[in-house]
Design a binder for this molecule. Structure first.
Ligand code: C5P
Length: 224
């Protein structure tokens, strides 16, 4: 028997990478597999929540009973997420959103011009989906509990603490270990206002269930 820790909640999850198009054929993306986010969506559903998953381009089946919205770019992810966040009570941002996108998009394939000179690419910064949602009136009033993730290559604890403050969120989850992209296992570092807690190395679905319980315990006004 699994206690329905998130009964009555609407959990919104972003997952996977974004794809920032350069022309109709090429673009900028990253190695995020989406596995952590999809595991969280599944664990939240199992915990009795209504779940909406905003997914970048990933090769994963949709967990049963989860509503999935596919997006490509960071701007698409922002629009879908902001819209869905109006109804959500928990937001978990696991997506590896591209920090930058090409400043311009060519409608036609960019061709070699014969000069031997490669093209110069210019970038502009993408919107921060998590920060935008965390600043919304719904989140600021405590009706939407926001959780962020951090993948760092060094100084995870210091970066995680700083990121929690900067994003203005109650809970920040750090990926321990340099490269968890695509792996089925992970270990997590939970950072909140009270301190730090480690969820040791385990399959992502096990970690997702533990994280769901940690989130449920932090929801204001609910006695779990
Ligand atoms: O700032 P940084 O990218 O390291 O923060 C990571 C956290 O912020 C993750 O939860 C990620 O999903 C979220 N994020 C976002 N939009 C961005 C960048 C990061 O939602 N443009």
């Amino acid at each position: 028997f699994q206690p329905k820790l998130l009964a009555g909640e609407h959990v919104l999850v972003t997952a996977g990478p974004t794809f920032e198009a350069l022309d109709p054929i090429r673009g900028i993306t990253n190695h995020s597999s989406g596995k952590m986010g999809f595991s969280i969506a599944r664990a939240a559903r199992d915990a009795g929540a209504e779940v909406t998953l905003v997914a970048g381009p990933v090769h994963l089946p949709t967990p049963r009973g989860v509503r999935r919205i596919d997006v490509l770019s960071a701007n698409d992810m922002l629009a879908a997420t902001v819209h869905e966040a109006e109804r959500a009570t928990v937001f978990v941002a696991t997506a590896a959103v591209a920090d930058w996108r090409p400043a311009s998009h060519s409608d036609q394939k960019i061709k070699k011009d014969g000069s031997g000179q490669p093209p110069v690419l210019h970038f502009v910064e993408n919107p921060d989906v998590l920060h935008t949602v965390a600043q919304s009136a719904r989140a600021q009033s405590g009706r939407l509990f926001c959780v962020g993730f951090a993948a760092e290559s060094e100084n995870l604890l210091a970066h995680a603490k700083a990121k929690r403050e900067r994003k203005g969120i109650p809970l920040l989850v750090g990926n321990i270990g340099p490269l968890t992209f695509g792996q089925d296992h992970n270990s997590l570092l939970l950072v909140d206002a009270d301190g730090v807690r480690e969820l040791p190395h385990a399959p992502k679905l096990v970690l997702a269930r533990e994280l769901v319980a940690e989130i449920a315990a932090r929801l204001p006004g609910r006695n779990h």
